[in-house]
Design a protein around this ligand. Structure first.
Ligand SMILES: Cc1cc2nc3c(=O)[nH]c(=O)nc-3n(C[C@H](O)[C@H](O)[C@H](O)COP(=O)(O)OP(=O)(O)OC[C@H]3O[C@@H](n4cnc5c(N)ncnc54)[C@H](O)[C@@H]3O)c2cc1C
Length: 355
């Protein structure tokens, strides 16, 4: 049977960043990423990929700061598809109230931008926000793992169908009838919380899966168009320059969906909900809100990412509440800090690579 020091289940952006963090912290360890499809094809492939430096709690603010530093460094080192952009926060509150949530709130600015088709609701004000970017998240996950291929075995098309432990080692059953022995396992399954291999282990965490929708607007962004965050509505308007259109993210309130559910598509009611929120700021753009992207993400009761040991040597990482791209580096750092991967001998054999 093949053996590794660390098996990471799930090749989304969080699994990819954990692999990177693990080989950096434990250079001699053998690491495998097991992905049932292709790298980045889960929630990561639908992500808007926005990073803004904010957090509702001290832990998330600190994770946001850490992640921003890592993304900026990796963007330069690996040439990741990450694009910095100006941003504006629109809110009814004052700067003091907002600066407890936003880490880099700048000067107050005009609360309307008629040239770009939107205006703030009466009484709202606007501030610049530094440090924002957006990314092609699927490509980022792929690029991070591409740079690790000499240290990390990546098995795509490989579903983990079973997981058991003898107290010292973990035995993973793989889709093709193979088995893998691992000293440590990280579960990074995105919204696939209910997989029979781990549903019972994950259940005590109280996680739920929520539908996430972002509408697409048929409106071409200019190169310097900013990201606009409508703070009170938890919505944002993002120029997607490479794709040639805008994206409008708003909060969809449909819970307990399943990632493999065929009904997880853009419904007429999704477009109506998006148009209703958008219409408050940009009535002129509502008619251009014609399509969108739909998937789901895992959410935690405290609305903070979860890094939790489910049994000795088996750690769950995820449930980033719709912020799994922007917080992935910090989630990875917390996860690897929870693992002891000091190589101990026989199991540290390189896994047979797929040809
Ligand atoms: C429409 C939308 C917009 C979003 N916008 C943003 C945004 O602007 N900013 C932001 O920070 N976040 C955003 N998010 C959230 C973000 O995309 C997710 O939090 C993040 O991608 C989660 O990453 P992950 O690696 O945990 O999960 P995933 O990317 O879902 O990866 C999990 C992987 O596990 C694999 N897997 C599952 N079961 C098995 C198994 N049994 N065996 C092997 N592999 C398995 C899956 O195939 C999948 O590839 C958005 C999400 C959506 C849906």
């Amino acid at each position: 049977m093949d053996g590794v020091d660390l098996a990471i289940v799930g090749g989304g952006v969080i699994g990819a960043l954990i692999a990177r963090e693990a080989v950096a912290a434990f250079p001699g360890a053998t690491v495998a990423v097991l992905e049932r499809g292709l790298i980045g094809q889960g929630a990561s492939s639908r992500s808007a990929g926005v990073h803004f430096p904010r957090g509702a709690t001290e832990r998330v603010r600190s994770m946001s700061e850490h992640s921003q530093r890592v993304w900026e460094r990796l963007a330069a080192e690996l040439g990741l598809p990450i694009r910095a952009l100006d941003a504006t926060v629109v809110a009814a509150g004052d700067a003091d109230a907002l600066s407890t949530t936003y880490l880099r709130l700048g000067d107050e600015t005009a609360p309307a931008d008629p040239a770009r088709g939107w205006s703030a609701p009466p009484g709202a004000r606007a501030w610049q926000l530094d440090g924002c970017h957006y990314a092609d998240v699927r490509a980022v996950a792929g690029r991070v793992l591409a740079g690790l291929r000499d240290q990390v075995t990546v098995l795509e098309g490989t579903e983990v169908t079973g997981l058991s432990s003898d107290g010292e080692h973990h035995r993973l059953s793989l889709g093709q009838g193979r088995e893998l022995l691992a000293r440590r396992v990280v579960l990074a399954p995105g919204p696939w919380l209910a997989h029979p291999a781990w549903a019972e282990l994950v259940a005590p965490l109280g996680l739920r899966v929520k539908k996430v929708v972002a509408a697409h607007l048929e409106s071409s962004p200019a190169p310097d168009d900013p990201l606009t965050i409508f703070h009170d509505e938890d919505a944002f308007l993002l120029p997607l320059h490479e794709r040639g259109h805008y994206l409008f993210s708003y909060t969809c309130d449909r819970w307990d969906v399943a990632p493999d559910d065929v009904d997880l598509v853009l419904e007429q009611s999704d477009l109506e909900d998006a148009r209703a929120v958008l219409g408050r700021f940009a009535p002129g753009l509502v008619a251009r809100c014609t399509s969108g992207r739909v998937f789901c993400d895992a959410y935690s009761p405290r609305r903070e990412p979860v890094v939790a040991e489910l049994r000795p040597g088996l750690v769950f990482a995820g449930a980033a509440n719709g912020s799994g791209y922007r917080l992935a580096p910090a989630i990875a750092a917390e996860t690897v800090a929870a693992l002891d991967l000091t190589p101990t001998g026989p199991i540290s054999q390189p896994l047979q690579r797929q040809s």
